[in-house]
Design a protein around this ligand. Structure first.
Ligand code: ADP
Length: 209
């Protein structure tokens, strides 16, 4: 005789059966465990530098949530690239923006993206999301996606187009416009605008940073 042992309720009415015993003295195992797991959380990793996060990034994260149960925003600590905001600040800003959304998690990482995805794969993540704004993004993104596939064929990269309002936007343009006295309202979340103002006051925001 067999029995199922539901160990966790994932979504209303759906059990993730992490322990299943379906055996019979004479027949052995009757059901393979994989077949009786009816629902698994789908997680995608969205990597980037986010220096700082813009509404273009936010747009991609929210679009991602239409396809996945959870988005893990992976903030790159890149010592080679000079950043205006520290890794801690970049992570904290994103966490604050999505404070009421438990389906968005933020983590910092360094080194190879595939290593990070392998690490979180324990939690069933093997999809990487990237944003494609214009043809100019394509060549670099193609190179990265194919290199990552070479390093780990299990990982797929999924490209999403932002709303047309953000297709010209990147973190560099935001910093440049703001440093020259231009308005970035509507292009970045409020918390980012506030932090940019602080940097400007501290004299830390100059063109090119
Ligand atoms: P950037 O300096 O270009 O913003 P990031 O490393 O922060 O670079 O970008 C992380 C990912 O987000 C990349 O896939 C990038 O193409 C995407 N992205 C950045 N800005 C936008 C935007 N305005 N709309 C859609 N995707 C974007």
């Amino acid at each position: 005789m067999g029995f199922l042992e539901p160990t966790k309720i994932c979504k209303p009415g759906v059990f993730l059966l992490t322990k299943a015993v379906f055996s019979d003295k004479n027949m052995g195992n009757l059901v393979e465990p994989e077949r009786i797991v009816p629902w698994m959380e789908k997680i995608a990793v969205y990597p980037g530098f986010f220096d700082p996060i813009t509404n273009g990034h936010v747009d991609i994260i929210l679009r991602g949530l239409r396809l996945f149960d959870k988005i893990l925003v992976a903030v790159l600590k890149n010592p080679k690239k000079e950043a205006l905001f520290s890794t801690k600040d970049r992570v904290a800003m994103i966490q604050e923006i999505f404070i009421r959304q438990p389906d968005i998690e933020v983590k910092a990482f360094d080194g190879l993206l595939v290593e990070f995805v392998r690490f979180v794969r324990r939690h069933k993540a093997k999809i990487v999301i990237r944003g494609l704004r214009a043809v100019s993004d394509f060549e670099y993104e193609l190179q990265m996606a194919l290199m990552n596939r070479q390093l780990d064929p299990e990982i797929e990269t999924l490209y999403m187009m932002p709303s047309v309002h953000y297709s010209f936007l990147n973190s560099g343009v935001v910093k440049e416009v703001f440093s020259l006295g231009g308005s970035v309202t509507g292009l970045v979340p409020e918390i980012v605008e506030k932090k940019l103002r602080e940097k400007l006051k501290q004299g830390r925001l100059s063109v090119g940073k």
